[in-house]
Design a protein around this ligand. Structure first.
Ligand code: IPE
Ligand code: IPE
Ligand code: MG
Length: 239
């Protein structure tokens, strides 16, 4: 599909992706799971290019969940090292394209200081870019994010009756971002797996059977076109 199927006057401001199916992609080729993660990288950058092409302003991708630590140690280590090397290798390219890079998720001791330093350097380098904000959810879980928000609110000494939805929103890692208009999940699974639980209250869900390494801008356009055919109601009646 080309971008001609997309109505450029109604492009979603925020697209979120659960990049799933890397392991199955590799298994089908008789390759180790890690080869699937490597192949998934091209899919991500093609998706970023597609988002830039149609003018998506916020793209948030799920790269490593708080539950992914339960995977075999070698796979976890690969994913951590891999993300560090991607950042070092691709951050200048993202910067040249006008992409602002951000990271959401726990900065706990399981993440090497060198990885955190790469994340900070990439975020700092690209902080003033305005074309597209690419937020990478890494060591991210929606429940952990909400728990952290509650802790901060309690620690602030706020009175219970002062706490509003706005208070909670302001204490999430996504405080200054609009909620996702559309969430795309690849690989045929129909679940959120702890991604952006608060933020997806009224997001449109698009589930595609394609495995993430086979995903690219054409699938992004297909998902955006599907989103544009939906009628969003937000609890009200037809507008
Ligand atoms: C998504 O692909 C990448 C991560 C969760 C890090 P998977 O690794 O979950 O691949 P499948 O779902 O096993 O095919
Ligand atoms: C969700 O995929 C997490 C990421 C894409 C990073 P998983 O493969 O971990 O989710 P489940 O285990 O199928 O729910
Ligand atoms: Mg998976």
């Amino acid at each position: 599909m080309s971008d001609s199927a997309v109505d450029l006057s109604a492009v979603p401001a925020h697209v979120a992706c659960v990049m799933d199916g890397n392991g199955r992609w590799a298994a089908r080729r008789g390759l180790p799971r890690t080869a699937g993660h490597e192949a998934g990288l091209d899919a991500l950058f093609d998706t970023v290019d597609g988002a830039l092409e149609i003018g998506v302003q916020w793209l948030t991708v799920y790269a490593f969940s708080t539950e992914n630590w339960t995977r075999p140690r070698d796979e976890v280590r690969f994913l951590l090292d891999f993300n560090r090397s991607i950042l070092a290798a691709r951050r200048d390219e993202m910067h040249e394209r006008g992409v602002r890079l951000r990271f959401i998720g726990g900065r706990d001791r399981r993440l090497a200081r060198s990885l955190l330093a790469e994340m900070d350097a990439a975020a700092e380098l690209t902080a003033a870019n305005e074309r597209l904000t690419l937020t990478v959810a890494f060591n991210y879980g929606g429940r952990a994010e909400l728990t952290e928000a509650v802790r901060r609110i309690v620690a602030s000494g706020m009175r219970p009756e002062e706490v509003t939805e706005q208070t909670i929103r302001a204490n999430l890692a996504t405080a200054d971002m609009p909620d996702p208009d559309v969430v795309i999940r690849t690989s045929g699974e129909h679940r959120l797996s702890n991604f952006l639980l608060w933020q997806v209250a009224y997001s449109e869900m698009v589930f595609l059977d394609v495995l993430w390494p086979d995903f690219g801008r054409a699938h992004l356009f297909e998902a955006v076109a599907e989103y544009q055919r939906r009628e969003r109601r937000f609890g009200g009646l037809d507008r």
